[in-house]
Ligand binder design. Structure first.
Ligand SMILES: *[C@@H]1O[C@H](CO)[C@@H](O)[C@H](O)[C@H]1NC(C)=O
Ligand SMILES: *[C@@H]1O[C@H](CO)[C@@H](O)[C@H](O)[C@H]1NC(C)=O
Ligand SMILES: *[C@@H]1O[C@H](CO)[C@@H](O)[C@H](O)[C@H]1NC(C)=O
Ligand SMILES: *[C@@H]1O[C@H](CO)[C@@H](O)[C@H](O)[C@H]1NC(C)=O
Ligand SMILES: *[C@@H]1O[C@H](CO)[C@@H](O)[C@H](O)[C@H]1NC(C)=O
Length: 366
């Protein structure tokens, strides 16, 4: 992972600002200037109250997930700042409270799911909507999302369940109530999907069966196993496809490591847009190492077949664990994935993602 703070303290930051065009991002990088009280007991997240209503003006939404909680003091702030349309929180259930952090060692009392995510998102959305008077309106299609440039863009809150799914699920569900009661959460009502400013997706130990059990109002969606959705791609070199397909299928089945909690009695057809939002996989695990800076025919077959299988089910493809170094390999892989129609990339290097022309290229997938 790229240590963000190291980058920030070096001259690279200046260079990046020049590259992006400093006008595009009017926020300063000094969090303290904007969030002076952040983390002080009793005032966690209060800084967000002072966000101007145009807090996100000129921030172009891009399809990246910011995954990080403990390196960044304010993970949400950073992600939105860079236009990332997704944030990822690792949550741990201890003594009835949800803590956020990469490992148990990084947990502290005040870094809770409520303090770092639910509260700030709620305040930000209230702020974005107060002028139009929708802050407490219900079922309003004109409700504004986080991003000023594209108010219809939903923010994906990816919750990685680190502790037992069965125990953690009801607590996450309860803690989302503050967003739910304002009608800020996308949901499935049993017949159709209602899009709202925030879409919650559960990954890690999230139990699929508990998601499906929510029949009336389902507002936590599953992160489906992308590798299991692979099917023979209809594009690409036909002669290579048939011979590779069987091989790829066997490989995928042996290596599947995603989305298995509570899926005992399901088939892959249960992963559709009523139950799931993303279909994800580790790039390293599923596609493998990229030799000589170029994806092989077999790797292209894997990628195309996965994206096709996900799309057919109305799911958005998300790759994580893509190569991060060297930079030109990283960019090449990002390029190929986006060109093939992948929807979302996980990035630790937010600046890298924002700076790429990638922004322009990905716009058509928003
Ligand atoms: C959390 O609270 C403790 C004491 O209550 C304080 O010392 C610490 O600075 C706080 N940390 C953060 C990140 O808010
Ligand atoms: C929002 O709530 C306040 C206080 O309850 C109320 O006065 C106001 O009319 C409500 N606005 C809308 C748009 O419902
Ligand atoms: C946002 O969605 C609404 C309702 O679906 C639609 O009328 C409007 O044109 C959309 N706005 C943009 C900027 O896409
Ligand atoms: C799967 O089905 C078996 C047999 O019907 C049942 O005992 C088990 O509880 C089911 N598992 C889940 C996760 O629903
Ligand atoms: C989608 O998944 C749900 C839950 O398993 C299932 O009931 C439904 O039939 C599926 N829809 C389609 C179109 O396959």
């Amino acid at each position: 992972m790229v240590p963000l703070l190291t980058l920030m303290s070096s001259g690279i930051l200046h260079l990046l600002q020049v590259l992006i065009g400093s006008a595009r991002l009017f926020w300063d990088f000094n969090e303290d200037k904007f969030l002076p009280d952040w983390g002080k007991p009793g005032s966690i997240g209060e800084g967000l109250v002072r966000y101007p209503t145009d807090a996100t003006r000129d921030v172009l939404p891009i399809n990246c997930h910011s995954h990080n909680d403990y390196v960044r003091r304010v993970p949400l702030f950073d992600a939105i700042h860079w236009g990332c349309t997704g944030v990822e929180a690792d949550v741990w259930l201890f003594s009835g409270e949800l803590y956020v952090g990469h490992s148990t060692a990084s947990l502290t009392k005040n870094r809770t799911f409520r303090n770092l995510y639910v509260g700030p998102i709620l305040r930000l959305l209230d702020t974005m909507n107060q002028e139009s008077g929708f802050a407490n309106a219900t079922a309003n299609t004109a409700m504004r999302g986080i991003f000023d440039e594209d108010p219809n863009q939903t923010l994906v809150l990816l919750v990685d369940f680190k502790t037992s799914g069965i125990d953690t699920f009801p607590i996450v569900h309860d803690q989302l109530e503050a967003l739910r009661e304002k009608d800020y959460l996308s949901y499935w009502d049993g017949e159709r999907l209602h899009k709202r400013p925030v879409t919650v997706v559960g990954t890690g130990n999230t139990p699929f069966n508990l998601i499906v059990a929510e029949k009336q109002r389902r507002d936590i969606f599953f992160d489906a196993p992308l590798d299991k959705l692979w099917e023979p791609p209809s594009t690409g070199d036909p002669s290579s496809i048939s011979t590779l397909s069987q091989e790829v299928k066997v490989f995928q089945n042996q290596n599947s490591n995603q989305g298995s909690v509570g899926t005992e009695n399901t088939t892959i057809d249960d992963f559709n847009s009523s139950t799931s939002y993303y279909a994800s996989v580790s790039f390293m695990h599923s596609v493998g190492f990229v030799w000589r800076g170029k994806l092989s025919t077999k790797q292209m077959n894997i990628i195309r077949g996965q994206i096709q299988g996900a799309r057919r089910r109305g799911l958005k493809t998300r790759y994580w664990d893509t190569p991060s170094w060297p930079i030109n390999l990283r960019n090449h892989v990002w390029d190929v994935l986006m060109e093939e129609g992948a929807h979302m990339l996980n990035v630790d290097d937010l600046k890298g993602a924002a700076v790429e022309n990638w922004k322009i290229r990905t716009h058509r997938f928003l």
